[in-house]
Write a protein that binds this ligand. Structure first.
Ligand SMILES: [Zn+2]
Length: 222
């Protein structure tokens, strides 16, 4: 079975052109029915450093964004100054700030904030402000009349955000806006609605057969 592998990498900042060293995710095991996945549709990672590697932050100018936005460079990263020793979840807060100052789409900001929340949980220190930030940005996204994204899918995610923030009434309203095109299994939707109705705000693990249906059969990666 493949393991998670983080690799020392040299990246080029797209804003100031500085080189900096960081860890990037070079390999990850395939998702199987036994992989822990939570009902807000994220894979639980065994180390916060892994999720933090989704985002890179330039040590010269502080620009932070999804790692794919940076070009790699063959220079040996061990010869470069060490990156800022930010706690892992904070990297996502910096990426949200970068996105805001660049006028990025609110969905990107919502997903960065959600990843910050999951990363803080993986670090053993859940930071609810990330979930509140994700709520704010997802709400902005769903209010955009001209947004042509997967509205039904994100109503489901928003339902889970609201449920975990203890706004059970809003959670149920969002769950009811999930359309068949969103490909959310009815069983999952029903399970999460029951949790919202019973006032349960805890993160919920997805049962193996639903992980298989939603992730394994679709060949999902991280
Ligand atoms: Zn920079």
């Amino acid at each position: 079975m493949k393991e998670f592998v983080l690799r020392d990498t040299t990246l080029l900042c797209p804003t100031c052109n500085s080189m900096f060293g960081t860890k990037t995710l070079a390999a990850s095991p395939d998702i199987t029915a036994e992989t822990p996945v939570e009902a807000d549709l994220h894979r639980v990672l065994p180390d916060p450093a892994l999720r933090a590697a989704f985002v890179a932050m330039c040590s010269a100018c502080g620009y932070a964004w999804w790692v794919q936005a940076f070009k790699t460079h063959p220079f040996d990263s061990k010869l470069l100054p060490k990156p800022l020793s930010l706690e892992y979840p904070k990297r996502f807060a910096h990426a949200v700030l970068t996105g805001r100052s660049n006028g990025s789409h609110s969905l990107d900001l919502a997903l960065l904030a959600l990843n910050g929340y999951w990363c803080s949980r993986e670090a053993g220190n859940p930071e609810i402000r990330f979930l509140e930030l994700a709520h704010h940005e997802m709400d902005n996204t769903l209010k955009l009349d001209d947004w042509e994204g997967s509205r039904g899918y994100y109503h489901y995610v928003m339902g889970e955000i609201c449920r975990q923030l203890r706004d059970f009434k809003a959670a149920i309203l969002h769950f009811e806006k999930v359309t068949p095109i969103a490909n959310i299994p009815q069983e999952l939707l029903d399970r999460q609605k029951v949790l919202a109705i019973s006032g349960d705000c805890d993160p919920a693990v997805m049962p193996a057969h639903l992980v298989e249906l939603m992730f394994v059969d679709q060949g999902a990666k991280v």
